[in-house]
Design a binder for this molecule. Sequence first.
Ligand code: C5P
Length: 306
Amino acid sequence: MPLLLAKYSETVSVTVRVPAKVNAYLGVGPRQADGFHSLATIFQSLGVYDEVTVAAAGELSITAAGTWADRIPTDETNLAWQAAVLMGDRCQRAPLVSITIDKSIPVAAGLAGGSADAAAVLVACNELWGAELDRGELDSLASQLGSDVPFMLHGGCALGSGRGDHLTPAMTRGTFHWVLATFSDGLSTPAVYRRFDELRPDAEDPAVPSELMQALARGDAEALGLALHNDLQQAAVALRPALGRVLSFGIDHGALGALVSGSGPTCAFLVRHEAAAIDLVVDLMGSGLVDGAMHTHGPVHGARVV
Ligand code: C5P
């Protein structure tokens, strides 16, 4: 009997921990017929996590908690809501769940926080409903939700192609230390891509340079710092010129490399070790240029039941 009760209580609610990501390389090609750009990107998951709890309920709802709670929608515009609906359709059941998002990943920041929460809901509903969808099926649902969602399921370090949703694991060694400079005002991803189209009408199909792949495989932070690159950075800086000053500040204060993360505005700095990270966080916080700064590391695991 106690065993039965334990089993029952396990399926009443499920909590999934899901990390943020940085694109150590983001090569952007031309806009395709489907409206998306072809990408060649290196994703790395970072040790900043949202915790998403999904519980059986009378109706679908989202409650937000944590640092960035007041910044996320709690209706059907939230990708996590759409993930529950899509999973319900796939499992032929009504998505009667309450979703609680304990948010630590900055919002609209280029760190894929919304995609992370959607990936977490897929994993949580799969567990809660005993649906037993395999990785391939979850991947296919994830790519219907957004370009970054499949990577948020997997985590680690991966090469993303297509519109970012076709993943190949990337060889990587050890742990890289990052500092993230965050801003309270987000940037719109479609607006950044539109500015990219204006700035780079002649964009060609991108590829990740072999130097960067080798730096990852060797765990060589110096070489990776030199190879960091983001084709969206020019567009993000055009929309938010202050980001250029933040990137230069980080390099002047010891970072091995700096780039805008994804479509921004978060600026990511690769540093040599933890002590360098702590120094840079202090310097950035004192600079008056940023709203927040944090030390993190990668790669880490993707969405996992806790
Ligand atoms: O796939 P996701 O919903 O994250 O994309 C958000 C927006 O970013 C898209 O509507 C599109 O404007 C832009 N995007 C793009 N090419 C990609 C990924 C995203 O143009 N490969």
